[in-house]
Design a protein. Sequence first.
Lengths: 155, 769, 272
Amino acid sequence: MRISLTVNGVREEAEVEPRLLLVHLLRDRLGLTGTSVGCDSTSCGACTVLLDGESVKSCTVLAVQAEAAEVVTIEGVAADGELSPLQAAFQKHHALQCGYCTPGMIMAATSLLKERPDPTEEDVRRGLEGNLCRCTGYRGIVDAVLEVASEGGAR
Amino acid sequence: MTSMVGAAVVRKEDPNFLMGRGTYVDNLQLPGTLHMAFVRSVEPHARLGGIDLTRARLVPGVVGAFAAADFPSLPSLGGPSPALERPTLATDTVRFVGEPVAVVVARDRYAAADGAAAVRVDYEPLPAVPSLQAALAEGAAILFPEAGSNVVNEMPMADDAEAELGAAPHRLPLRLVNQRLAAAPMEPMAVAADWGPSTLTVWASCQAPHGVRNRLSALLGKPSHEIRVIAPDVGGGFGAKASWYPELLLAPLLSRRLGRPVTYVESRSENLVAMTQGRDQVQDIEVGFDDDGRILALKVMVTQDVGGYPYGDAPGLPFLTMIMAAGCYRVPKVAAGFRAVVTNTTPVSAYRGAGRPEGSYLIERVVELIADETGVDPLEVRRRNFIPFDAFPYPTHLGPVYDSGDYQASLAKLMEMVDYDSLRREQAGRRDDGSAPLLGIGFSTFVELGGVGPSALMEGFGGLGGWESARARVNPDGSVVLLVGTSPHGQGHETMFSQIAADVLQVPFERISVLHGDTATVQEGIGTFGSRSTPVGGEAVKRASLRAREKAAQIAAHILEAAPEDLDMVDGRFVVRGSPDRGVDWAEVANKAYRPTQLGDIEAGIEAAATFEPPNLTFPSGAHCCVVEVDRETGKVGIRRYVAVDDCGVLVNPLMAEGQIMGGVTQGIAQALYEKVTYDGGGQPLTTTLAEYLVPSAAELPRFEMGHTVTPTPSNSLGAKGIGESGATAAPQAVVNAVVDALSHLGVRDLEMPLTPERVWRAMQGGAR
Amino acid sequence: MIPAPFDYVRAGSVDEAVSLLGRHGEDAKLLAGGHSLLPLMKLRVAAPAVLIDVGRLAELRYVRDAGDQVAIGAMTRHRDLETSELLGREVPLLRHAAAQVGDPQVRHRGTLGGSLAHADPAADLPAVILALDGTMVAQGPGGRRTIPASEFFRSIFESALAPDEVLTEVRVPKVPGQRWAFSKFNQRAQDWAIVGVAAQRRDGDVGVALVHMGQTPLRAAETEAAVRQGAGPADASALADRGTDPPGDLSASPEYRRHLARVLVRRALERL
C-alpha cells in the first residue's frame, strides 16, 4: 500500500508491504542508514527514532503505522553539518566507541531531555534503560546528557 | 609543542558516527545486492536426513537455495584435525542448535527470510550432550566418533603438586565455574561479497581483514592479490569477530555463482547461537597455604567446554588460564593442566580476555578463601603474596615473563580512593540493623596478558605471527597519512595513532589521518585482538614515523646545507643545533621532498614502513574495589560503588583508556550478575534474545571511579601495555567477592555466577541452586 | 526479525473494527501500539493473516472524569497515563504503574487497551486494573457490554473478549487520597516483572493483585481477607501466594516467586 510521511523535514512517499518495518523503510528504501538494527526483541534501542517528537523503537513500528507522521532520524539532528549540542557533548565525554548504538542513544536522549529537561543522574540512567551499549559502560553517555541538560537542552 | 601522547583528546572518528554516517556492512547498499539467509539446525545433535529446498526456490524473490551438496568441494571451516573439522554447511550431522544447514539467496532480506522459512529439513535426532557433565559421562554420545572421545585436546599436569600441598599447614579444595557468555556486540555479524571478473571484494565485520583475505585465498584457490577484504566500521567485536564463520566463505561463493553482490546480515537471535561464545570453564583447584595466608602451592585442572566443534580458539585458551593462574602472586609451586571437551552447544572461542579472566577469577577467589580460613584480612593476604616491585621481569611458572608491575602501589592508590575502615563500620552496623540492605566490599587485584605477542607464541594459535605494521607517508603539503595493520572496532585508533605520530613527527594532530582495514591499500597486518593495538601497533607507528622523520631530516639538512645529525626538531621545524635562526619548517621540507630538482642526490618522497615484532607480551594490572548492597529478603544485588585503579603502563589517551576500562568492567559486572548462555537439558538454547540474555543498561550500573598507576613496559619504547581486556579480567571477582563478603556473617563462602537474586537468596537460606 | 506476510486494513471507527473482526474471524488480530503483538510476529511465534489497525482511532484516546470513576479510552498510551494529571489526583497507582511499563520508547507506543486485551500475566497493568476492581467496556456486533476485571482475564494470552469484540474503554474507581503501592521486581529496569504487586486501599478494604504468579493476574484474596479481619502486614502477606500457580523460568523458580510475592506484598501493605 501507498504511504506518505515526513522524514527529517522531507516529504516521502513509498509503496510498501504491510509488514515492512519502519526501520527498514528508513534504511533500505530511503537510504537513511544511520539508524541501526541491534536485536529482534525490542530490547536494545539501536533503532530509536523520533515519531511525532517522541522516541520510538522503529523496529517495532510498521511503516504503515507511520502514515502521515513526522519522523526524525539521526541524519536530521545536525544542522548544516554542525554537531548539535548533544552530539558535541557525546564527543566531549567519549560517549561512543564503536558507534553502533549511538544514533539510537542520541534520539532517546533527545526525547528524554524534552520530557525531562532537568534530570538527575538517576533520571538519565532510567530514561536510557531501553538503550543498550556494549562498549562504553555508559558513564560518558550519562555525562553528556547531564551536561546538555544543564546548559538548557538538546537543541 | 605539548606532548600528544598522554593527552585526553576527543576522538577524530566521532563525527561520522554521531551523524549516522557509519559504514557498517549493512549500510553499504551496493546496487544489485542479493540477500543471504541461513537455515539453521533446530536440533542439538542429529543426523541430517533430506533437505527439501523446492518450496524455498518457489518463494517470490528467491534467486536460489543451496545445501552443502550443491557446492562442489566446499571447504570446511577448519579444525585441529580432519576428523574434527567444522563443515561450512552441515553435511551428515549437526552438532548444535543454530548450525547452518542450508542457505537461501533472494532479492531482499524479507524474501530471503521467507525462503529460509520454507526450507524443510529432516532430522534424525541423536542423543544430545549439551553440557560438560553430559559429555563426560559414562556412555555419553560421542560427537566425533573418529576421535573416540569428547575430550578433543588436553594438557595433563606435569606433576600434581601433591608433595607441596601435603606439606602445607592448610589445604583447601575449590570448584569454580566460569560460565558461558555471549560476546553480543551491538552489531551482529555481517558480510558482503562481490566477486567480479578478476577481483573478489569482501566487506566483513571482522577484526583482522588481512587474515580473512589470506584464509579466503587458501580456501578459494585464488591468489591474494585478487582478493580485497575491507573491514569498514565494525560495531564491536570483543574477540568473537576474529572467528571464522560460514558466511565469510559462502557469500563470496554465492556471489561468484550468481554474478551479483551477496550480503549477509545476522539477526540477534542468530547471533546469540551462531557467534562464537566465551568462557565456559569448570576449574578444580587445590591450594596450600600457611597461617599467615601465604600461598605455598596451587593446583588447577581446567575443563573447557569448546562447544559443538573445536574449530575456534577454545581448545587452546585454557593454556592462557594456566599461565595466569597464580595472578599477581608469588606462588612457589603451581601445577596446572586442562582438557577441552566438545558438547552439543555453540562453538566457543575468544571473548574479551580469552582465558585470562578465567585465571584471575580463580586466583582472586582463592585469595578470599584463604582470608576466610586464616582470619587474615583479604587485603593483607594479597599484600603478603604480591610479586614485589623489584622482582620484575618475573618469570611465571610456565615460562611467560611478566614485564613490569607494582601491585602494592596500585592497591595503595585504590585504598586512597576507598575509605575502607568507614565501609567496614557501616557494614557491621547494617548487620545489626534488620531494615537496611547488607553491605559488601570486594577487591580484585589482577594482572592480565596483553600486547599479543611474540610470533613464536602466535604461530601456536595458527596465525602468521604477532608483529604489526605501519607506514607513515608525508604528503607534499606536510600533512600525514598513516596506514596501520590493526583493525579497530571501537578502540579509536585514528585518534590514538595520530597522537603517537604527532609527537614523533611534530606535525599537528589534526593534520594526520589514519587508514586501516582495507587489504588493497594497507600493507600486510595482523589485526586487533589481545590488547595489542597500542603496544604492538603503536610501536610500529612510532618506528615508521621515526623513519619518516629521518628521511625528512635528510632533506632538511640538504636544504640547510648542514649534516642531518646536526639538526634538531623544535616545534615542527628542523633547526641547526646552536643556530636557531637557521631552520626550515615542515611545509617547505614536504614540498621540496617531491621536487628532485631541489634534492640533489636524495631520492624523492617521504614514506617509511616499519614492522614491529614484540619481544614479549605485556602485563597490564590493577586493583579494583566493588561495594554492593544486598537486599536481605530478595537477594537482589545493587552496585553502590565501583572503583578501578589500572596500570597499563604509559597512557596514550587517558580518556579512551578509561572508556576501555569502563566497557570491560561493565562486561565483567554483567558476567557476575546478569549474563549466562543457558541450554535446557535437551540442548535447546534458552537465551536467544536480549530479553533473556541480560546485557545491562545504564540503569543497572554505577558511576565508575577510576585512577591509574604507571609502570612502563620494557616491551616497547612507548612503555604502553594496552588496556582493552583489563576491565573484563578484573571485574567479575570484584563483584563476587563483594557479595560473598556481604553474606559472610551468614556462613556464605562462595557463590556461582551469575549472582541472580534467587541464587543469592538461596545462599542466604543456606541452600544452593 | 522479519514477520510473515499479512494483510493490513485500517479501521476508521470501532464499528468498522468490529465488522472487520467478524469478517476475518480467527485469522485477524487487532493492532494498537503493536508492542505486545509485533515482537511475537517478528520472531514468527505469531502469524495472523490479517492485522486490523485501530491505533488511529483518536476517539479512543482519552482520560476522562466520569463521576466516581475515571474512564480511559483503550487507545490511551502508557505515556498518556504517565502524564495524566487527572490520574495523578484520582488514581495515582495507575499513573505510577504506567510509568514502569517497559522503557520510554515502549511507553510512547503501547496502549492500555492493547496491554489488557493481550492478557499477559507478566504484564503490569492487568494486575493494576484487577487490584482497582476496574471494568472493561467492549463493543461487539450485538452492541456494548461491560466486563469486570475479575472476569476479564481468562488464561494466559486469553481475555474474555469474543473474537469479534473490541475493547473500547477501561473504567477505574476514583480513590483520591487513599494509599497505594506498586512494586515491580526485576533484574534489569527494562525487564518484565519477575513478580509484581499492585495494592490499593479502598476505605476499609485493600485490593492486592499479583503480576506473574499464574496464568492470569491474580488477586491475593486470602491476604485481602486477612487485612479485612485486622491482620497486620506480616501475617496478611504470609498468605499472599495462596491460590497462585507461579511459573518457573530462567529468571526464577516457582518457590522463589512465592517468596517474592510474600515479601513484596508485605512491603506493599506496610505502605498502605
